[in-house]
Design a protein around this ligand. Structure first.
Ligand code: CO
Length: 136
């Protein structure tokens, strides 16, 4: 069912500091400019690597879903992992049929394709994002 690992999502309190860390300390050379994604309540930037991406996410707006995560993890931390699927609606229905709590209706994510999130309580403690592949 799941396809490639697309990205690892890292919640950060300050996205510009996080970008500076990935660029100046880790030496990443391809990092996108931060952009707000109001429907998701985050600003994001991608660290592009040959094997995939790290998605840096900072709270955006008053009711960001990552505010509580950052209260518990003030320095930031690994927030979710994202797998690609061919068809987000089919994947979402299959997950629900297998007893997973699907946390949202498919909505457009940072890559411009629809995404859903699966409850970490049903997934070994990991918040999983499923993202429809761009090619679909
Ligand atoms: Co993500």
């Amino acid at each position: 069912m799941i396809g490639p690992l697309n990205h690892v999502g890292i919640a950060v309190p300050d996205i510009n500091k996080a970008i500076a860390f990935y660029r100046d300390v880790l030496g990443a050379t391809d990092i996108t400019e931060p952009k707000p994604l109001p429907p998701q309540g985050v600003s994001y930037a991608f660290v592009n690597l040959p094997s995939g991406q790290v998605e840096l996410i900072e709270p955006y707006g008053d009711s960001s879903p990552i505010t509580r995560f950052l209260e518990k993890n003030p320095k930031g931390g690994q927030h979710h992992i994202c797998f690609e699927v061919e068809d987000i609606h089919a994947a979402s229905m299959a997950m629900a049929e297998r007893g997973m709590r699907v946390l949202n209706e498919p909505r457009i994510g940072a890559h411009g394709t629809p995404v859903v999130f699966l409850h970490p309580g049903d997934a070994g403690g990991v918040l999983i994002e499923l993202m429809e592949s761009a090619a679909h």
